[in-house]
Design a protein around this ligand. Structure first.
Ligand code: URA
Length: 199
């Protein structure tokens, strides 16, 4: 496993498939528990992640940590990756072509970790993951499908795909924190988590 992760890291470090590789300081490969049952997939690195090479280490990361804690988890329980590994300039949305070219890395990460539950943070990862698992006809904007559980068949067995609002929405709209907490709490039903707030 470690060999395959190291090889993937090397490939991402050397990747020049799209223009994002020219502007980024560091690619953000992903990190966490390689045996995690839950994998979170964000959108793309921001300025802090670009500087450090670590996923969700800025304001969105603080919110993600609070949400994990509220549902009795921490970063050691999960694996986190992004749809796109390099920071889009000025935090613009990743382009379709960038997502397509980078997807090979995300697909490899999913196949290495083999999560039972894939939690998609925001519209971009939701749309990519739902298409990957033939859930195209169920795709809607995140405000309509956040917190819903979609059942899919992966190359390694049955999985659940759950879309969430991206934690960054809380920075602009504090009311969304309660919505996110409620959706995160539901994860307790699917894996053995004992701590955290009462749902
Ligand atoms: N937002 C994301 O989607 N990913 C990160 O790693 C940081 C912020």
């Amino acid at each position: 496993m470690n060999n395959r992760i190291n090889k993937l890291q090397q490939e991402i470090l050397n990747c020049k498939k799209c223009g994002l590789s020219r502007e980024r300081l560091n690619p953000v490969i992903g990190e966490g528990n390689l045996n995690a049952e839950i994998m979170f997939i964000g959108e793309a690195p921001g300025a802090n992640e670009d500087k450090t090479g670590k996923p969700f280490c800025g304001r969105s990361g603080d919110i993600l940590d609070e949400l994990l804690m509220s549902s009795g988890m921490n970063r050691q329980d999960i694996y986190i990756a992004n749809t796109v590994k390099c920071r889009p300039p000025k935090n613009r949305n990743p382009k379709e072509e960038e997502i397509r070219l980078c997807a090979v890395f995300l697909d490899l990460q999913i196949n290495l970790i083999k999560p039972k539950i894939i939690c998609c943070l925001g519209n971009f990862s939701t749309s990519y993951v739902m298409k990957k698992y033939n859930l195209n006809d169920k795709i809607q904007g995140i405000s309509n499908i956040h917190g819903q559980v979609f059942f899919a068949e992966s190359s390694y067995g049955k999985i659940k795909v759950i879309p969430f609002y991206h934690p960054a929405v809380v920075v602009y709209n504090m009311n969304k924190k309660k919505v996110l907490e409620k959706d995160f709490c539901m994860l307790k039903k699917y894996i053995s988590i004992s701590g955290g707030k009462k749902c």
